[in-house]
Ligand binder design. Sequence first.
Ligand SMILES: Nc1nc2c(c(=O)[nH]1)N[C@H]1C(S)=C(S)[C@@H](COP(=O)(O)O)O[C@H]1N2
Ligand SMILES: [Mo]
Length: 268
Amino acid sequence: MKKTFTLMRARQRDRRRVLRGAVAAAGSAMLAGCDRLSNNATFVDTLKSAQYLSQAAQKVVAPRPAMAQEFSQSDVAPSFRGNGTLNPMDADYQALRQAGFASYELMVGGLVEKSAFYTLEQLRAMPSRTQITRHDCVEGWSCIGKWKGVPLGLVLDQVKPLPQAKYVVLRCFDSMDGPTLDGHDSRYYESIDLDEAHHAQTILAYELNDRPLPVANGAPIRCRVERQLGYKQAKYVRAIELVESFASIRGGKGGYWEDEGYEWYGGI
Ligand SMILES: Nc1nc2c(c(=O)[nH]1)N[C@H]1C(S)=C(S)[C@@H](COP(=O)(O)O)O[C@H]1N2
Ligand SMILES: [Mo]
């Protein structure tokens, strides 16, 4: 009994030491990159917060890979496969599509300081990120594609999530049970936590393989969350909503496929 207790104490001590080292390491790694980020107020505030340090420590001690693997131009598949909805039949989507998405506006609201609407032009005018990544679908196929879009974190920085906001819900145009008139909502939706939303590779993509995003792959905007599986990559994004919990949304599991039994964290 006593021996077990002593062992436990020793383990706790070791663990604390590892954590302290991790915090120090994370701190100096961040300092090294401060030149480019120090004029970003949100980043500086985040750096100061104790929560960020404990998250950083957790990631160093029990890391999930910081970045999803990126590939080179020669790895890009000649044509990117489409899956799930390939052309939403919903009337609002069809109207936008017929007009070349000229009047598309992405709604960003919920638990934010100031909700906003973004036209495609506005999204394209923001700083962009291009990444060549592999999409893995649970149905057993993968495809490498080149995506360009605006980092979701930059959009969130503009609307300023309130302190109680924990998740980003992505609401899509496509009704999975077909378009319905009786108010029944079967539109595809997804959710990610704020940490994932601010990840460098989490983008609202408007280009695939150097061309405007095709309808089959989610035009005009689809999300890329590169460390997670295919079903997390919401296509046809209509609105983004910041929430404290997704328990009261639809089936309560955080996404269309999650409500059908898929894991909420679809890690690769
Ligand atoms: N809105 C919406 N997003 C969606 C889906 C969908 O049916 N509707 N299918 C998901 C699944 S299971 C996969 S594998 C990918 C497919 O993306 P792709 O059509 O670009 O290959 O989109 C995901 N996002
Ligand atoms: Mo999928």
